[in-house]
Ligand binder design. Sequence first.
Ligand SMILES: NC(=O)c1ccc[n+]([C@@H]2O[C@H](COP(=O)([O-])OP(=O)(O)OC[C@H]3O[C@@H](n4cnc5c(N)ncnc54)[C@H](O)[C@@H]3O)[C@@H](O)[C@H]2O)c1
Length: 369
Amino acid sequence: MANISIGVIGAGLIGRKHIKKAIEHPDFELAGIADLDRDAVSAQYPGIAVFGDYRSLLDQARPQAVIIASPNQSHASIGIECARLGIDMLIEKPVTDTLESAADLLLEVRANKVRTLVGHHRRHHDQVKTLRRLLGDGLIGNLVGVSAIWAAYKPDDYFRIAPWRTQSGGGPILINLIHEIDFLRYTAGEIRGVSAISSSRQRQFPVEDTAGALLEFDAGCIGTVFASDSAVSPWTTEQGVGEAAEFPFSGESSYRFVGSRGSLEFPSLVHWAQADGGQNWNRPIQSQRLFASSIDPYRAQLDHFRDVVLGKAESLLTVEDGARTLIATLAVAEAAASGRRIDLDDRYEALAAGKYPPASQDTNPRKAS
Ligand SMILES: NC(=O)c1ccc[n+]([C@@H]2O[C@H](COP(=O)([O-])OP(=O)(O)OC[C@H]3O[C@@H](n4cnc5c(N)ncnc54)[C@H](O)[C@@H]3O)[C@@H](O)[C@H]2O)c1
């Protein structure tokens, strides 16, 4: 197979991970890196072309595809320029920082027919694929609801080195819950309505440290999700699947999917049911641990991006899909701030029509960070 020439834009925390995966991947050839801090990045990657401006990377190295791993605020403008040049893109999450810019990017992506993948890497875990298959096969009957928790204690340094994390948009809703929202959309179905409350009682920062949301899914399934960056717990997906060394493995499940014929914990994939598909609370219930392998989701994401670029696979998460995740996540923040239930259908429709915000929306959505 001919190697796909790829450029990486932004060589920070996640960009360096992508660079390592791209160098190791037999089907990609790293054409170059762009980062504002050209000298420091050059010193780290001797022998690789490093540009201080991403336009120079696009003009001179001419990659067939790029990974956009720069700060959120730059995703839309860089993505639009890549689309106009016909370059396929893996774009980090959140897809953009505002829904208006997501709609602009979507128009360019469509007009230029480029292929896109958004970096909610969690979709690529084997446990997630297995969960979707089990739910789709009806293992637990009709999906009635899902209960989720994401709770961890971020150290003081996390806020000291990046004070924007204490301000509006820097809290667990837009940093952490966005991954859970994407996961829930992927496994439980589209989110149609959102209600929420949030609190800043633990850290007393302007931004929330804790939030709870009530989610209404397609076909009437109900979800509750709790997120906090001020609580010590083993219940985050990161700890449950052990996807990164910085979040030590707990193996604990942070999700419970409940259905008319049984329940499933995630990521442990413990299945609870009564004998012979029984549905009676007076009868005993038994558990069985099902199996899915643990894989590197970043490598699996790159494998999938290769297949998307080569036209061998439909993207698991296009720019439009990533923008729908952003719509639902921003709605959690908006519902908590306003105390209102937010209906998402007209927002999805406006995005698809390239006319964001919808006429019915009187307030500006908050920025994602
Ligand atoms: N998928 C995930 O789990 C995950 C994890 C972390 C971050 N992210 C996302 O990845 C993106 C980057 O986050 P990070 O934590 O790596 O940030 P970071 O601050 O560590 O790195 C960003 C890098 O981009 C460079 N940069 C800034 N503007 C640029 C531009 N216009 N052109 C080229 N380079 C530019 C900076 O110099 C810096 O090196 C964000 O969108 C973030 O939300 C995703």
